[in-house]
Ligand binder design. Structure first.
Ligand code: GDP
Length: 489
């Protein structure tokens, strides 16, 4: 691929950065762990639980270095990157433990440094520095835009918006689009209106009833400090993929802003954050997609393929000569497994494995080891056999958050209830082809009112084996073993 001047400058910067990082690695082994996932996938809860478990004594039997007592100490160190906000661990932990509420979700990138002193097997003690970088998955799904022209992106976005279940949500935007003449003189007000209708459409797709995942550009739904700026004020036009915008036209204005989005948002994210990661966990709210039916599941599948593509993009096309992203392990994790009975955890894992399998087969060239897990970073429920009529059914007990409703009842936040979450199908394929549904919900789930899980309050702390208060979890230790176990040998 021919490199443009921007790419070459970018590569030079990346290489300088990589050298700096490399020097630091030699002196002080460091793992930069990216934690990502779409909005509300569970990133904030995962990081808070992980740090709490490592620093205060979690119950982690499968995390070998920890379980065998080789970790002498784990503690927080000052956040190393001056331009990145610090992950508000203390605030989130306070909300989670003291008030037993869920902390505020990720809306921007943030970072935290953890220093782990450990005993090496048959050798001297060592320190591993773990930099945890939390960032919205929506930003990651922007990376493929780097290889797309405005016209290509417009055509793809339009095609997607004509499919089920998006089409009805796109009506207003499409109606406005039909009034626009791409070759007419540039017009700020028309652009503002188009961007607004397009953003409203993206937001409607993200609604939990539809749970669509693939919605670039990511900053349209999470604008942060760029809200209202021209780089975030554009929208697709119905223009041919290979066409060329006339000077001074509305079309040309959209192209300029689309390119600005790439320059101001996407490239800096790639260079300053994504390209520096060593390991990556991608959290997925798979249960929300199952609940919304097969279309949401296919959309999720496409988003996961898009995410894996990002790891490939870095390798094969974008910055190919001097620098390669160095991510060598990627874990896809289905979160909130505590909404299911444990008999279903393996099934949840199998379904996620099926959802990423196509993409994994394509993405051999990422050079990374990829695994899949079902977990709950914080387990808000417990299990019991509960009598229902003459039967005893495996059920989940939890305290619904105040204001949650079910079957006409509104909960006060202090009452524990039993729910029967139902079984996931044994054959993952059945969910994808719509033969099986989850919780008895069919593909028309979006039209029904009872389309989502009850949200439970976070649990009280439980004592671990040593009597230290710990947050209960499901398979968080397995995730840790995969993500950093080998670095603590
Ligand atoms: P983020 O947007 O990826 O940072 O998502 P959060 O970590 O804020 O999680 C979003 C919501 O999902 C939380 O407010 C909780 O309601 C729920 N959640 C996240 N992790 C868990 C978990 O391990 N168990 C349960 N029961 N709920 C969770």
């Amino acid at each position: 691929m021919a490199l443009s001047l921007t790419d070459i400058v970018e590569e030079a910067r990346l290489s300088a950065r990589a050298l700096l990082d490399y020097g630091e690695h030699l002196f002080n082994p460091t793992v930069r762990l990216g934690v990502t996932g779409l909005s509300r996938a569970g990133k904030t809860v995962f990081i808070t639980a992980l740090i709490h478990g490592l620093t205060r004594g979690g119950r982690f039997p499968v995390f070998e270095a920890y379980a065998s007592g080789r970790i002498a100490r784990a503690g927080l160190a000052p956040q190393p990157d001056d331009a990145v906000p610090r992950f508000d661990y203390e605030g989130h932990l306070h909300t989670l433990i003291e008030t037993r509420n869920w902390p505020n979700s990720t809306v921007d990138i943030s970072e935290l440094r953890l220093v782990i002193d450990y005993q090496r097997q048959n050798s001297a003690d060592r320190t591993l520095t773990l930099d945890i970088v939390d960032y919205p998955g929506e930003w990651l799904l922007d990376l493929p835009l780097l290889n797309k022209s405005y016209e290509q992106w417009s055509q793809e976005s339009l095609a997607l918006s004509r499919e089920k279940p998006r089409a009805p949500l796109a009506v207003q935007w499409h109606t406005h689009l039909a009034t626009l003449d791409a070759k007419a003189k540039q017009d700020e007000q028309a652009t503002l209106a188009a961007a607004k209708f397009f953003t409203d459409y993206l937001r409607a797709c993200r609604d939990e009833r539809f749970a669509m995942s693939l919605l670039p550009p990511g900053r349209f739904l999470m604008p942060g400090n760029l809200r209202g700026s021209p780089a975030l004020t554009f929208a697709p036009l119905d223009v041919p993929a290979g066409g060329k915008a006339p000077d001074g036209s509305l079309w040309a204005m959209m192209v300029r802003r689309y390119e600005a989005y790439k320059d101001v948002v996407v490239r800096p994210f790639f260079r300053d954050h994504f390209a520096r990661l060593d390991r990556q966990i991608v959290l997925v709210d798979a249960l929300a997609a199952f609940n919304s039916g097969p279309e949401a599941l296919h959309d999720l599948e496409a988003a996961l393929a898009g995410i894996l593509d990002c790891f490939r993009v870095g390798h094969s096309t974008l910055f190919s000569v001097l620098f390669r992203p160095r991510i060598d392990r990627i874990l896809f994790a289905a979160t909130k497994a505590d909404h299911l009975h444990h008999a279903n955890h393996d099934r949840l894992e199998a379904i996620l494995r099926r959802a990423v399998s196509g993409a994994v087969a394509k993405a051999e060239s990422t050079g990374a080891t990829i695994d899949v897990a079902a977990l709950a970073a914080v387990r808000a429920t417990r299990e019991a056999m509960v009598a229902r009529g003459r039967d005893k059914l495996p059920s989940i007990l939890g305290t619904p958050l105040p204001g949650e409703t079910d079957g006409g009842e509104t909960f006060d936040g202090n009452t524990e209830v039993a729910t029967f979450p139902g079984d996931l199908p044994e054959d993952p394929e059945a969910l994808f082809n719509g033969e099986a549904s989850f919780r008895g919900l069919s593909s028309t789930a979006a039209e029904q009112s009872d389309f989502r899980f009850l949200r439970f309050r976070p649990p009280a702390l439980e004592c671990n084996g040593d009597g230290a208060p710990a947050l209960p979890h499901i398979r968080l230790d397995r995730a840790l073993q995969f993500l950093i176990g080998d670095k603590l040998q």
